[in-house]
Ligand binder design. Structure first.
Ligand SMILES: [Zn+2]
Length: 343
């Protein structure tokens, strides 16, 4: 399978973040990229560096002022405090507070959902590199049927004008918008990350040309907490085009795979003709998130199921954190996807 990656992805190197009441070492480490790159090389895939695609693909899913904020934040850091190591919020806007402040410190809290997305000198180039891998994978999916984008940092928690949950630019949404624009058909997004793809849901919530489905651990006690519930079904033109399948914590292969069947059926019933898989691997039983218990065999079966259509399909890396099994899980899902497609 064609695999696209971007070496600048490793430039974003967050040290710690605030989780459940304390600062802990950051899960989203550059080493993830090394582990996953090694896995695709061992898997015998056609591994290529992504081309530069510029900002245009981002503008299809993010607001101009959010992209501008990401580009400017580090340069303006002295506004927060001279000598700060990271640009991080200290206050957050609430839904009832909608003014867009001039100062950087206010803007960080306007655009960021939590303290997991510190911006430093090399964050922006890394984020663009990750998006380039998504665009290259989408383009290759159009021409070759399927492809994988090794995107890091991840993207599916990034909304039209906000980041959070380790995410800055929504690579999955960028890929979906590319497929939609190029093919002019309905595109499905199936998100199999352990966390609800709240950013992707937000971006396409009012649209019927991109149908979104997310399988994830029940958000009532788990990130992203405020979205990911079964009663969120889309709005306006997008009414009926969003499906959330929250699973009880601790769920293993069987309910996970059944939910993938349901998501595929949902997409097919809505006339989808191209697919993006938000391919988080943090539903693994070995992932430090620890909310679901999917095995390597489970990921192998997931790859088979997701390959069972003839739709052009871009597989976009989302979460999946360092454990001894991350590389094996990636190898399993990509190999079974490709074996199914090539018969
Ligand atoms: Zn995740």
């Amino acid at each position: 399978m064609k695999v696209f990656h971007a070496p600048k992805s490793v430039l974003h190197a967050p040290e710690s973040y605030f989780r459940r009441g304390r600062f802990i070492p950051h899960f989203e480490q550059p080493q993830r990229y090394d582990v996953m790159l090694q896995a695709v090389k061992e898997g015998g895939h056609d591994v290529q560096e992504a081309a530069e695609h510029g900002l245009e693909p981002l503008t299809l899913v993010h607001s101009e002022r959010y992209i501008h904020f990401l580009a400017e934040a580090w340069k303006r850091r002295a506004e927060i405090e001279p000598g700060v190591d990271y640009v991080l919020p200290s206050h957050f806007s609430r839904p009832e507070m909608s003014h867009y402040p001039e100062g950087l410190i206010g803007r960080v809290g306007f655009h960021m959902a939590d303290l997991s997305t510190p911006i430093h000198e090399h964050t922006y180039p890394a984020v663009l590199a990750s998006a380039n891998a998504a665009v290259s994978a989408a383009q290759a999916a159009i021409h070759h049927g399927y492809a994988y984008g090794l995107c890091r940092p991840p993207g599916h928690h990034a909304s039209t004008e906000s980041g959070g949950g380790f995410c800055f630019v929504n690579n999955t949404a960028v890929a979906a918008a590319q497929l939609q624009k190029a093919l002019g058909c309905k595109v499905g997004v199936i998100d199999i990350d352990v966390h609800h793809g709240n950013g992707t849901q937000n971006i396409f919530y009012h649209r019927d040309d991109v149908v979104t489905a997310s399988i994830h651990a029940d958000p009532s006690t788990f990130m992203p907490y405020y979205a990911g519930y079964a009663d969120e079904t889309g709005a306006g033109a997008g009414q009926g085009c969003n499906l959330n399948l929250p699973l009880p914590h601790g769920s293993g292969d069987e309910p996970y795979l059944r939910a993938i069947d349901d998501a595929l059926e949902f997409c097919a019933a809505r006339g989808v003709e191209a697919l993006v898989v938000a391919m988080g691997l943090d539903a693994s039983e070995h992932d430090p998130n620890g909310a679901l218990a999917v095995t390597t065999e489970g990921f192998r079966s997931a790859g088979e199921k997701l390959a069972a259509t003839t739709w052009p399909t871009a597989l976009i890396q989302e979460g999946g954190y360092l454990s001894e099994h991350l590389g094996d899980n990636l190898k399993a899902i990509l190999a079974s996807f490709e074996q199914t497609r090539t018969g």
